[in-house]
Design a binder for this molecule. Sequence first.
Ligand SMILES: Cc1ncc(COP(=O)(O)O)c(C=O)c1O
Length: 392
Amino acid sequence: MSQFVKREKFIPYNLPNITDQEINEVVDTLKSGWVAKGPRTNEFEKEFAEYLGAKHAIAMNSCTAALHVALLTKDIGPGDEVITTPMTFASTANTIIHTGATPVFADVDFKTACIDPDEIEKKITPKTKAIVPVHYSGQVCDLDRIYEIADKHGLFVSEDAAHALWSRYKGRLIGSKLQGAASYSFYATKNLCTGDGGMLVTDDDEIDRKARIFAGQGMSKNAWNRYAKGGTWKYDICEPGFKYNMFDIQAALGLKQLARLEEMQAARLKIAAKYQEAFGKIDAMDPPYVPDYTTHCWHLYVVRIVPELLTIDRDQFIVELNERNVGTSVHFIPVTYMSAFTNRYGYKEGDFPNAEKHFDRLISLPLYPTMTDEEVQYVIDAVKDIVETYHK
Ligand SMILES: Cc1ncc(COP(=O)(O)O)c(C=O)c1O
């Protein structure tokens, strides 16, 4: 019989990791007389680019903004098609629609839940202009295959790296030695948190030049220092751009978080290793498969149940975890299930079998640097208790 004892306090699915270092930097920023986009945003861009080994980093107010701008820099618009994955947050696909182009979904590889390069090839038409692969949960896509396809068909690759800060493909940091562009998220739950925020990264000077214009209201390059001594009041709006820039209060958080990234990652890796070991021994659980080419940053720990061995489904499994005071999330409901997409493009259940099968089984468990050993063990014990209670 199970010795499981329910704890009193709820373990949330996620908590940001903010220390006095971040708080003091934000307070210093507030007292500095410069809270909008300014020196700290510039410094954060510089340090982020240096950390990745990328030529340019353009700080924005979200990853959504960065994904949108990346496509705009390549003049993607009405009449064009952009291939992406259904196993993502809606913003990956929304931003394609915002350019006027059509999102075309390619199913995922069931093992990794990342976009399947064979499926990408099947979806290419003369209208295809770009691919937006998503490094799902911190797992990385099979980039050699994706860039091979992109090169063959002359396509732009805009990597959605919202989850992938610190992840590596064949030992190379995602975001370094980029052929296209990569977009990061610093939303509250991410491995580096600025509350909300994002970064577009590229080695391409032209993408950098255009992105700064699109993200900054379409203002000509020399306008940002217009309030400084010697700055000019004259500016042109050379594109109908967007108000997408990051500002210094966010960047203050980002700078200190970046300085602590390795320490926070070490904690994530330790927790993920414990989960991998424990769930690998439970027949009704299917822990994440990590291919040899991936160094996983463990933004999310997405475990799958094996419903064939259980008398309950995924939804009930989540209810049972919640009753045992364990918070969870689901990453993601396939975008192709959302009414904005079914109404527009007529997708129906069964169109993306691997993404749908993954969705039916997945649960995102708590994983964040401040989790204690006791909390991690408790989550494992709660999962074991549910499996023992509902095993066929
Ligand atoms: C895969 C993916 N792409 C893009 C985004 C958008 O990020 P943001 O909230 O920074 O706009 C998210 C958000 O969680 C995401 O999970």
